[in-house]
Ligand binder design. Structure first.
Ligand SMILES: [Zn+2]
Length: 90
C-alpha cells in the first residue's frame, strides 16, 4: 500500500485516505514475455489533496505509470482516469 504522495516533488505522507485520490493500475499491462503467464498485479498510488487538484496518474501502453498534469477539462479527465475511490469503504 502507498505511504506517500506519488508526486515525487511532494511526497506528503498519507494519513487520511479521505484526502486526495487513490489510483489503481494493473502493473502487468505491457509485459509481453512469451511463455509466462500474465499475472494481474494491481498497484496502488495516492496523490494528496493538493496534488490531485492539478495532477492525475496515467498508465501508458508500455505499462509505465506516471504523474501527469490534469487537462483543463476536469470532468472528462475524471472519466478517463482509472480511479477507484470507493474501495475505501470495505
Ligand atoms: Zn502531494
Amino acid at each position: 500500500m502507498v505511504n506517500n504522495c506519488s508526486n515525487s516533488g511532494c511526497g506528503k505522507p498519507l494519513h487520511y485516505l479521505r484526502e486526495g485520490r487513490i489510483f489503481i493500475f494493473d502493473a502487468a499491462v505491457g509485459s509481453k514475455e512469451a511463455g509466462t503467464k500474465r499475472l494481474r498485479r494491481l498497484e496502488h498510488y495516492w496523490l494528496c489533496g493538493g496534488c490531485s487538484e492539478t495532477m492525475m496518474m496515467v498508465q501508458d501502453g508500455q505499462g509505465m505509470i506516471r504523474v501527469m498534469v490534469r487537462p483543463p477539462i476536469v470532468k472528462e479527465a475524471e472519466e478517463i482516469a482509472p480511479i477507484v475511490a470507493s474501495m475505501l469503504a470495505s
